[in-house]
Design a protein around this ligand. Sequence first.
Ligand code: GTP
Ligand code: MG
Length: 432
Amino acid sequence: MSFARTLLHTSRALCAPRTTNPASRILSRNYAVAFERSKPHMNIGTIGHVDHGKTTLTAAITKRQAEKGFATYLDYGSIDKAPEERKRGITISTAHIEYQTEARHYAHVDCPGHADYIKNMITGAASMDGAIIVVAASDGQMPQTREHLLLARQVGVKRIVVFVNKVDAVEDKEMLELVEMEMRELLSSYGFEGDDTPIILGSALCAIEGRQPEIGVTKIDELLEAVDTWIPQPERQNDKPFLMSIEDVFSIPGRGTVASGRVERGVLKKDSEVELVGKNKSPIKTKVTDIETFKKSCDESRAGDNSGLLLRGVKREDVLRGMIVSLPGKSKAHTKFLTSMYVLTKEEGGRHTGFHTNYKPQLFIRTADEAATLVWPPGSEQEKDDAMVMPGDNVEMVCSLNKPLAMEQGMRFNVREGGRTVATGLITRIVE
Ligand SMILES: Nc1nc2c(ncn2[C@@H]2O[C@H](COP(=O)(O)OP(=O)(O)OP(=O)(O)O)[C@@H](O)[C@H]2O)c(=O)[nH]1
Ligand SMILES: [Mg+2]
């Protein structure tokens, strides 16, 4: 099987059988298709509470853009995860869907809303430049509306567009006004521009079913217009050394191991020497012999791309999610750092009780997750007093990791325990 076919195959397992996808037809005939950079590229996604309509809205967007020749229509079942994927558990990636507007080329992630899948949401959201938060008019904002907003903020999403969905199911106009007002307040409380954020009221289901265009298809157009104009084109860090955090790994019989993920910065040309950093004491040296972006062969991979890199001479089992691909000598893995951390309150979805020094949660950095131990800085007042950390506290602590991870001062991370985010932090100084 060709590299292209396998990548396609893998992403099909993640998102959809796409028999009508022109790219898949071409690839199955084994033509090399070059990825054209004719429009600026942006990564976005749907976030929001379970059942509020994220997947339905995603399907509606592809349907509408397909009518304009800008997408392949993916119905609900093709986007929502297949049962076997659910069985694969929490290591799966979220589905990447591709469409265009007049202005841009989008890769869209439909984040699963259920709390059990938030681990995926964290890495999925990490590749978002902007987001569409979906809130059902019938429910208003719910706990995951808030958690996803917080995560989005954390992973660097600067602007969000709101889609108030299921407007067809609400009779009361005042209810709609209330939902809108509360969303503006919530956005502001998380540091977004609540007063100016576009809020579109509509129904994804009506758009899919071709009913009530005034709240259906018209609102999908308005939504995409808002996304095009409100969410700024991110500045890609193309002049920095290449770095891609590995999200998924697979092997192609006869060709080798492919690591895929979103390129954080830099540009990598085919046949470059690279290192896989993290999880091990010393980096693994290898060479990138082929590159694919959006299932099309490329000579180079650049910041913002979702790419698959074919790695020479490394075994699949030696490549792990959470490692990074970087240029030789440019990145280092570390096991200990000083952090400034905010501990979430119970209202924010965090712990109900405090914790002591020697706390052992799971740490999430880029696509990595690793067992960690948090202690008070040696010699600090808190250490002497054996102080407790309470929800709502801002604390400085020392964090040690079970295995080394590539990291830099100034990077953000999440702390999770028992399936929920309990703290968010900033790496203030690398110790070891
Ligand atoms: N009445 C009405 N129902 C809708 C609308 N959009 C979605 N639904 C229904 O709401 C339910 C949930 O929709 P999904 O699209 O699966 O919601 P989701 O946010 O993706 O859910 P999770 O992925 O499980 O978090 C489905 O039964 C949809 O048919 C709408 O505009 N109006
Ligand atoms: Mg869904």
